[in-house]
Design a protein around this ligand. Sequence first.
Ligand code: 26M
Length: 823
Amino acid sequence: KPGPNIRRVGTTVEDFEQNLLSNLYFQRGTTIESASAGDAYHTLAVTLRDRLVDRYARTVAAHYETNPRFVYYLSAEYMLGRQLNQNLLYTGTEQWTREIAESRGLSMETLAALDVEPGLGNGGLGRLAACLLDSMATLDIPAVGYGIRYDYGIFKQTFQDGEQVERPDDWTFYGNPWEFAASDDQHVVGFYGRTESANGDSQAGPRRWVPGETVRGEPSHMLVPGYGTQTVNIVRLWRARASRQSFDLARFGAGQYGEAVQHIALSESISKVLYPDDSTELGRELRLKQQYFLVSCSLRDIIRRFRFRNQDWDTFPDKVVIQLNDTHPVLAIPELMRLLVDEHHVDWDRAWSITQRTFAYTCHTLLPEALETWPVALLERLLPRHMEIIYLINHVFLRDIEIRHPDDLDAIRELSLIQEEPERRVRMAHLAVVGSHAVNGVAELHSKLLAETTLRRFATLWPEKFHNVTNGVTPRRFVRLANPRLSSLISAHLGGDGWLSDLDQLAGLEAFTHDNALRERWRDVKRHNKEDLAAYAAKATGVIIDPHAMCDVMIKRFHEYKRQLLKVLHVVTLYNRLKHDPSATVAPRTVVFAGKAAPGYRAAKLIMKLVNAVADTVNSDPAVSRLLRVVFLPDYNVTRAELILPAADLSEQISLAGKEASGTGNMKLALNGAVTIGTLDGANIEIRDRVGADNFFLFGLNVEQAVNVRAGGYSPRSYYERDPELRATIDAISGGAFSPGDRGAFTSVVDSILGWDEYLCLADYRSYVDCQDAVERAWHDAGRWTTMSILNTARSGFFSSDRTVRDYCRGIWNVEPVRVPPE
Ligand code: 26M
């Protein structure tokens, strides 16, 4: 039981200033006279951290007292975003800090710029994990997030000759003031080796795994405060460390410096770098090691925590629910079986019941290439005992299927955890479904398609296992912190900031839709935000943008299914129109792109190069650049999103229907008053249902039509031949209009859409361009646009991740909040 806490922080501004000075002196080892901006930043960070530690200690005490059911969120990725401004807001010290800093000649911007964002994720999946952590803490849900502390996060993106160049993200180079390392709390993780019989020889009895190699997992944690509450949860990140005797002193003595540290480097490579792939699986052994490393460390930790207050294994699922963020941590299922059966001597059937009741699985994709499978041969080598357990799980499962459906070989083949052709592989999604009591998709359409296509057999078998939980985003970070101007305006009209923890209150704005004072200020806010973005764009890219022009944004990972290429076709269409008819009534527009591509994804990288080439041509052509500008902001990350979202007028959500599981950028943009142009895909459908069809620009094929077009022998070339404007657009690209020195630069992009066009860009082109014309007409009617913008914000309260977490709590987790009393 935790002892009485030392009171370290006070409640007044004087206390706060005293805490700062004391940390500057004792933590940073410097004085106010000689402190640098870095010293100030670091000191502020640890002073805020101290305040959160106080709350965290009380949270731990309340949890110990109540012994509640905990959510353990397992994710290979977290995109937490910068911590400073968030922690200032959550500790209520924003204003004090500003005054203290400014009185000493330091701006908040200078301090914020020193805050480094931990980019420990690729995109949507990792950011969703961070939003859910924020909402769980805000709703007082006892929860721990487990992840990997990569030394290098998602690469930094730069452009050279329009091409993406990746640079390492050494995010802790100057230290990370937000984390606590617990180097005395390590777990040992095994790999390779062999298995042998323990006692008896029953198939399902315990066996012993003798690993051939071990590494240690060292935890550190960051604090995850809730907004408007005392709860502070943690996210616990594991880092690989070599065992203590790994340094080869003899070799070092002999001058073989590289060889002397080789073993250390090899062991520690496990948590060295985040794999920068999003929705593709390359099946690298080190990636599998990362996954098992995360799982093994986290489960040991969860079990240790369970045993503080509980003994009976049968109560494990009453105290523990483990949410698997996609298949990346699915090895937790055989690992828990191994721990229960081999190490704690629980019999197989009892262990299996405990396991199934403990796990729940979220699927984030429908793309076949994103469904993880691992070669049986690799698993047998790396994790021999886990492979035996997977075989046994499969055996028992398929025996059941045979009883239900005798002689149905198709059912067996399609349901099996093992894929046989062309090589034997373990299907991680199948393992996840079989080992969990709940499976969910991330938007209504996605959950429906999962149950009808990818996981159809399972959904027929266990319909009650399948759920939908539509994604959400945290309004604290993506409205309050990203868009302070809009937030003040909202608070002024709603009579306070209660909306920040009860986002449905935004509906109260609707009453002011036709209030001229609000409307005018609404437009002012957007314009100011666009000025901020323009200043940044000028600095980062040299492109000058007009804050009065429509700000049309497409910000997301570069992927063919998301169809940045369709957006390029639209830009080139506008360019051609302006070239041929300089008096064309095109609305002034700034098209903003941002996003990274997986380093090995050639097609996506060529599309990026095309975006940059089109931007160069358009921006330097005086005949068009008055009305059309294109900016590709490099190095998209959470910080950059926070800058772009508040400035957006138009939100591009144009994936081919049936491909985007949910999307979350779509929600962030709508909340910031951007109007969506989008397909009936992912959560776009739910956004449109809520904001109203009049306030959403819909185009394109729906899922059923897209399937039929492809099935009916789709010929992209016939669209090219029939539509002269499309033809002129594509001809401009293939004719070298954007690559004067190298006409063939984009041949492969053009060949690919004319020849096969996997994501039906040409089938949706006409509908898209016509819809963009409707956007322009709406833009010309400034009053109509303002109404649409206000209604998008007012009607998007549903997309708070607080609602998402409540849905998980009720539908899947069955957990109750635990209030932490204020001191
Ligand atoms: C796989 C193998 C090796 C390395 C990395 C991966 C991998 C990493 C991330 C695979 C998929 C990854 O993420 C998929 C993802 O981000 N999905 C998105 O999840 C969001 C949150 O649910 C949804 O909003 C998006 O629609 C969905 O694309």
